[in-house]
Every structure is written in C-alpha cells, then in structure tokens.
Write a protein that binds this ligand. Sequence first.
Ligand SMILES: Cc1ncc(COP(=O)(O)O)c(C=O)c1O
Length: 402
Amino acid sequence: MRYDLFANPRAVASIPAEAEQGSSPIDYHRTVPGYQPTPLLDAPRIAQALGVARVLVKDESTRLGLPSFKMLGASWATAFAVRREWLGGIEESLSPEQLRQRIPDAGAKRLVAATDGNHGRGVARMAKLMGVACNIFVPAGTAASRIADIEVEGAEVIVVDGSYDDAILRSAEEADDNTIVVSDTSWEGYSAIPREVGHGYSTMFREIDQALAANGATAPSVVAFQAGVGSFAAAGLVHYRSDAATTPPRTVIVEPLRANCLLASARAGAITEAPPPHDSTMAGLNCGLPSQLAWPIIDRTADVFVAIDDDAADVAMRAYAESGIVAGESGAASLGGLLAIVRSGHADARAAAGLLPDATVLLINTEWATDPVNYEAVVGTSPQRVQGESDTRRQAAGVVQL
Ligand SMILES: Cc1ncc(COP(=O)(O)O)c(C=O)c1O
C-alpha cells in the first residue's frame, strides 16, 4: 500500500457558518420515495485495525433506493433548479411528485449531467420521477455495469472520448431553455446548482447527529472523507468545522494517488490540476480538478490530505466485508487511507491523522459495490453473498447499529 500525506498548514479550527435559507434538505428528502435514515454502525473490528477506541460507519450503501449517497445531492439540487428555471422561481420546497405535476411541457424538458457513475444515476432517477428526459455523459472506460445502472433509470448515456473532466465540459454545452445541467462540481459562472448539491448532502450529517444524540454517544474526534471534486468533503467540513463550539474533529481527505487534485492543490496553495490518466479503480474519485466552490472550504478546514493506491482501497473493501458491510472502491477509500497510514508504522503520520488510542473515528461508506466484477475479484466473493451473510459477519465482528 503506497500513500502520500500532506498536513495542511492553513487549516483553522472553524469557519463562519453559512446562514440557513428556506426549508431544510432533510425535510425535502422525507418527501422523496424510499426515504429513511441510513444506519450508523459501530464497527469494533475496524477500530482494532486502526488502533483507536471506536469506529463509526455511516453506511450509505443504500440511499433513497440507490447504491450511493449521491442521490441526496442530486435530488435536492434538481428540485431547486427545476423550481428556479422551469417553475418561475417558486421558493417553497416541492416533492418530486409535486414537481412532476407542475412542470409545463414536460415532454420537451431534459436533465443533463456528467458523472463517473453515482451522481448521474441520481439525476437520472430524478428525471424519471419527474417524467422528463435525461442525458448522462460518462468518461471513456466507465464500467459497463455503471452505464447499465444509469440506463435502467431511463436515461440515455453518452460515452465521451476523454476523462471525467472532459465529460463535464461536454455536458455544460447542452444547457438551453429546456435543458438543465445538474453538475456536482462548479466552475466559473456555474455555482448555484453545485452549491445545492452540497446542501443536499447535509442530510447525512444531520442523521449522524441525531443517531449519536439518541444513543448518548460522543461526537467523533476524527472524520475522514473520500474525495473526487471535493463537494462531499466540503459538505462534511461545513458541518463539522463551522462555528464549532466544542473541540472540532480532526479532518482527513482521502484521494487516489493518480487523481490527487486536492492534495496537489493544498501543497501548491492554489487550485492545481492532477494530470491524467485518472484510472484508479476508485472511479467516483477519478477527478482532475477540485470544485471551485468546495476548494476554499477544504483549504481552510481539512487538516490532512492522504492519497492512496488501489491496493489500499482493496484492503479496506475486504475489511468492510469482514464486518458485513458492502463497500465499493470509492466507498471504502477513506478507510483505505487510514489503514495505509497505520500499516506504514509512521508515528508522525498516525498522529497527523488523529489516530490515537482514545480516538472515535467517523467514516462514511459512500457506495455499494457499483462494479460487482471488480468487487468479486478484490473481496473473493460477490457483494450479494457478503450482503446475504451480513448478519453473521456483523455478529462475528461485533458490529452494532446505533
Ligand atoms: C461513492 C463516492 N464517494 C465519494 C465521492 C466523492 O464526491 P466528490 O466528487 O463530491 O468529492 C464520489 C463522487 O462521485 C462517489 O461516487
């Protein structure tokens, strides 16, 4: 397992909180078909492997009927964009069904997104729920299973001859009066929708707070986020490091070594592109450029950046499987980063990541096995089998739900 680590000299304890506007994403998500809070698990065998007191895993392997957390951002941002662009700027939050009833001339309308899999699937699901067309642009080399999963939602998938960043550029060209581009990354002149994607992710962190409070459990002292363009990490950092009244947790960002745009940006002190090829098995994290919106938040509040090779993600997928948790490559990456540090035996790196014997570490398993072929090659058994045996595996590993 190879890794690179950069401790951020610019990190501050907390940044000013954004003023909350309008209704909250969690209230909206309750109106999306299939909503229920995802489990927060206590995983002692993983804690033992990391040499810490406790590991909590927010398990986003099933969220709103899809196999990753991304539907939280896609559904909230799409609802926002549809109200703004097709419904004359209605401020009141509307459920996907209410949106479907109100969209004028729905047959001519279309949603467009670029994706490495999970975000596009969420946008495609929203298009289906609202009865509009959908085109999803994916980079060359996207796993066939990921393409098929988007097509099942009724979307047309276009494979771009290039990287994820090329797919983003291609999708942006599609915007017109009848077409909304729902991107989870921002660029010059395009930030309102990705900002709402980030707000949509807040539901996950609200649920974690609720589960901890209901169990009288203490807040995490370390939170690790896997990152592609950084929207997910920024949403978590805003939650844990805005106007922090108590001791804020240490925060760790984990990326693939070959798509380490956030680590490279932190090291350079400015947004920096990670050169292609971005060919890690952690497909959701294969991004060459940080989101412009996410970067300033990450730059100010991420304590440590870790970039890992695919072996580290593999080790983490197996560790999750042993604890009866199905995690895909990107979903397992944050654990992969911490395991790589611990197994390297470097005390300085361990301390930098906050991996001390009394630490409570929060990890988010952000996806199920979205490439089942690779999952089986890595874990040695199918994701369905691990899922089927999850009760026995969890019992053996002492995993309990909070
Ligand atoms: C499973 C999974 N985890 C994490 C991420 C990272 O999210 P972001 O691109 O916002 O950094 C992605 C992005 O696609 C993903 O699919």
